[in-house]
Design a binder for this molecule. Structure first.
Ligand code: DX5
Ligand code: ZN
Length: 223
């Protein structure tokens, strides 16, 4: 269990894209700490979402940190473009289906002046990121398989979150542990108890009429 206060990252994947600027401003006003931006290329994951031009538009709508989750093949080819578009955090998938040179990519994110994050899919073991943990500010544990919003939380990820928090403690490291997928007021509690301190939520915020109440409910549930 972590003592740092809960952060809520609102995932704009679940927003109304026809009114994206208004939606981003609305979750900003509703109390989101970070804006989570899912980049999908139709290769690492089946769907295509959007690229740097839309990140730039989101940047104009909020001053909150943009937590950019790259579900793409060869992120090393576009890090600069996302930085220029206004990304604050660049989160890279750990699997070789995304990048073969994870250590180099994460180091490059830091060189570019962004905060590096590493993402592990449900099937990816913690051992896979053991030797890059010291390079990152954020570890994102996927609690669904990436690619779509609105999926059901995978409870078998809870021991993985706990093991990751323990490993970070043993190493004297304290990255944010972020969880993404199927999070709502009920699963937030379990994720936070396991050691997460940042919750990504799309449907649980944008799928409700009152974003302020939805975010507040998650904070209350985490206490
Ligand atoms: C899934 C994305 C998530 C997604 C979460 O691949 O990485 O960020 O937006 O959506 P919900 O909160 O609806 O599960
Ligand atoms: Zn995401």
């Amino acid at each position: 269990m972590t003592s740092s206060p809960l952060k809520v990252a609102a995932s704009v994947l679940a927003a109304d894209f026809a009114r994206l600027g208004d939606e981003v401003q609305a979750v900003d006003r509703a109390g989101a700490d970070w804006i989570h931006v899912d980049i999908m290329d139709g290769r690492f994951v089946p769907e295509i979402s959007f690229g740097p031009a839309v990140v730039k538009a989101i940047r104009r709508s909020t001053a909150k940190p943009l937590n950019v989750h790259l579900m793409i093949v060869e992120p090393e080819r576009s890090l600069e473009r996302y930085r220029e578009a206004g990304a604050d955090h660049l989160l890279v998938q750990a699997e070789p289906g995304s990048t073969v040179h994870l250590h180099r990519v994460l180091s490059r994110v830091r060189e570019l002046g962004c905060r590096p994050g590493v993402v592990i899919d449900p099937a990816t073991p913690i051992a896979w990121i053991e030797h890059v943990l010291h390079l990152v500010d954020i570890v994102l544990v996927m609690t669904v398989n990436p690619g779509y919003g609105g999926q059901a939380f995978l409870p078998e990820m809870l021991p993985k979150i706990a093991a990751l928090r323990a490993l970070c403690g043993e190493r004297g490291l304290a990255p944010h542990i972020e969880v993404d997928g199927g999070q709502d007021a009920a699963t937030v509690r379990r994720s936070v108890d396991a050691g997460a301190n940042v919750i990504v939520a799309g449907t649980a915020i944008f799928g409700t009429p009152d974003y302020t109440a939805a975010i507040a409910a998650m904070r209350t549930a985490a206490r």
